[in-house]
Design a protein around this ligand. Sequence first.
Ligand code: AMP
Length: 283
Amino acid sequence: MLIKEIKELRSTIKSWKREGLSVGFVPTMGALHEGHQSLIKRAVEENDKVVVSVFVNPTQFGPNEDFDSYPRDINKDLEICLSAGANVVFNPEPSEMYYGDKSTSVSVSKLTDVLCGAKRPGHFDGVCLVVSKLLNIVTPDKAYFGEKDAQQVAVIKRMVRDLNIDVEIVACPIIREEDGLAKSSRNTYLSAEERKAALVLSRSLEIAKDTLKNGERDARKIKEFILNELNKEPLAKIDYVEIIDSDSLASVDIIERNILIPIAVFIGKTRLIDNFTFEIYTY
Ligand code: AMP
């Protein structure tokens, strides 16, 4: 079922809750692919009812970013959601979500000073505002986010903790194309040549993984391996490569705990992100 109004969504969810049913929620910006599908399927497995939101949120895009050109196809998205087992697709207009005179902001500090937060000013304020609004509207038992956006997961978890929002945040693994490229709605922007070049992201992370497995613990050296690989690709322009603590997102020199290696790289005009988590006790 497609719902466009908050009022109708709320009354549907209230009727489920009166029956004692649990609700899972998957927030998305649409242009759905197998990455989103994996979140929806997990939500379907773990809850009685599942709501997917499809909303290209204007407040999380910077002035020179791709809000206008972001791919939109609600009919295809609806089909994907329903075939993955979702019960409701919530697809509001921006005017349904935002009052013209809105005065409230939601801002998570510290965790947003680095990585995409530093490179995309205001991005996480927009994400936190829309996610807190959606969590208030849907009131789910569990909400599902992809580890592809690792900083987003950390920021949302912190926001939910700090604001005592009554929801469990479930982080789901990155889904990749067969050749390793992390699935993303923005991959559709890539030309055939850029699509090949984009493999440098996952390849450079694989090199880092192998080096870590072989016992290297100097973060500076690992970073150098990644930068070297990325620099070999003429179409790639590095935005950031970091080696950080998975929870605090603070920079790490010697790898002694679980770490996250997030990277952001422009391939042509398209900005792609990828990451991997190294769990030190596994090796
Ligand atoms: P988006 O529509 O890009 O805002 O993404 C909606 C949700 O899907 C976010 O929680 C993303 O992290 C997640 N997601 C996007 N791509 C992937 C992927 N390749 N694997 C797993 N989750 C993903």
